[in-house]
Design a protein around this ligand. Structure first.
Ligand SMILES: NC(=O)c1ccc[n+]([C@@H]2O[C@H](COP(=O)([O-])OP(=O)(O)OC[C@H]3O[C@@H](n4cnc5c(N)ncnc54)[C@H](OP(=O)(O)O)[C@@H]3O)[C@@H](O)[C@H]2O)c1
Length: 366
């Protein structure tokens, strides 16, 4: 199943709004075929694995092989015909499943159908890994809101702006992980100050022949972003107030960017007042079939998203440096305490990645 999880990751960036799925077919302890969901609308992982085995082995062997699949097979016809009846028709005898499908229309249906047809079915194998694979899909399919990941590169004393002579806080191994995340996620959000200060490209840069770039969403109430910024192109959405200059809106549209107008947060942006309403933004992104978003900062943006309890998971990359009080902190005053759960710690050369799901609790500040 762990091999199926690895395979599933190859579809990252190409299957949205579908989940990542991998499959492995095992006969007498040997892997005889593998498959993964490689593109939206393309064949599903389990079908690819079984079809590939049928091309190379007698049907009898394929039927007596065990199919490992990270997600419960589908039961309805969509872009492709349903996998469950197809597997039954192929005469497969045993299926081992990682996660049940979180889609309320599917959840457990395939397991019941396969069992009724006489197949031996086990589910929940390596479930933590399989569930992690589909966390964005799971949030979007059940809430129609995107999964939100907060990604920050900081010094060991929690500062997110590097001294002048230094371009990046994080080391190359950490930056590589960031580009992997961008390959996996549909979109990213940054504040206008980050664009003005750093002029980032915000693209995916991996040594792959197929790259998926996230949609770049820039929070900029009055469209202060310089038109010459590297991030502005046809994959950019400028989020601004309705009252922002019409000429600036037209200028961004001419550069290929999309304009999304938002009202001000009715709660007053919690501790940061007068900002645009981020819950409305996330609802709108979900409505546009954006299943996942990375919050890339800076400090103001991290603060409003945390105060809105809007970040589901954090990736915190820590570099072995102490920058002191003159540099920008990760957040300003919070009215939430964030505790990470299911924490994983990884060493990336001399950087440390701490990641985990966000659990919020309020505390009153006097
Ligand atoms: N190390 C890291 O991981 C990292 C990542 C990103 C940035 N940075 C650093 O962070 C610095 C910039 O951070 P910053 O805090 O000054 O600015 P920021 O968070 O990049 O941008 C904040 C601005 O975005 C606009 N905005 C619109 N809606 C917002 C909302 N709902 N919530 C928050 N902001 C909203 C506001 O400007 P308007 O009122 O004009 O709309 C606000 O002043 C840069 O130096 C950059 O290098 C570090």
């Amino acid at each position: 199943m762990r091999q199926a999880v690895q395979l599933a990751r190859r579809g990252a960036g190409w299957v949205k709004t579908n989940p990542l799925v991998g499959a492995v077919l095992v006969y007498r302890g040997q892997i005889i075929a593998t498959g993964y969901h490689a593109r939206f609308g393309g064949p599903h992982a389990e079908r690819r694995a079984v079809q590939s085995a049928l091309q190379r082995y007698p049907k009898r062997i394929v039927q007596h092989a065990t199919l490992y699949v990270t997600l419960e097979p589908c039961t309805h016809d969509g872009k492709t015909p349903a996998c469950t009846p197809w597997l039954i028709a192929q005469g497969i005898k045993e299926v081992i499943i990682g996660s049940r499908d979180p889609n309320p229309l599917e959840h457990g249906r395939s397991v019941r159908w396969l069992r009724r047809a006489g197949l031996q079915v086990t589910s929940g194998v390596a479930q933590t890994d399989c569930d992690y694979l589909i966390r964005c899909y799971q949030k979007w399919i059940t809430t129609k809101m995107p999964f939100v990941l907060g990604k920050v590169g900081m010094s060991i004393d929690g500062k997110i702006s590097a001294p002048k002579h230094q371009r990046y806080i994080s080391n190359p191994a950490a930056l590589y992980r960031v580009h992997q995340l961008r390959q996996e996620f549909d979109s990213l959000i940054v504040g206008v100050n980050t664009i003005v200060h750093d002029n980032p490209r915000l693209t995916t840069r991996l040594s792959l022949h197929r790259l998926s770039h996230p949609i770049k969403i820039i929070l900029d109430s009055y469209l202060r972003t310089p038109l010459s910024s590297q991030a502005i192109d046809e994959h950019t959405v400028m989020v601004c107030r309705e009252t922002a200059s019409r000429q600036r809106k037209t200028a961004f549209i001419k550069k290929g960017a999309d304009i999304l107008e938002l009202p001000v947060d009715p709660t007053g942006g919690r501790l940061l007042t007068g900002y645009m309403d981020m819950q409305r933004l996330l609802q709108e992104l979900g409505r546009r079939n954006i299943t996942s978003v990375i919050i890339e900062g800076g400090a103001n943006v991290f603060t409003t998203f945390i105060n809105n309890q809007a970040i589901d998971e954090f990736y915190i990359f820590m570099a072995p440096a102490i920058y002191g009080a003159t540099r920008l902190p990760f957040t300003y005053a919070l009215d939430q305490v964030v505790q990470l759960t299911s924490v994983q710690v990884e060493q990336l050369d001399d950087n440390i990645l701490v990641r985990g799901y966000a659990h919020y609790s309020s505390y009153s500040i006097s």
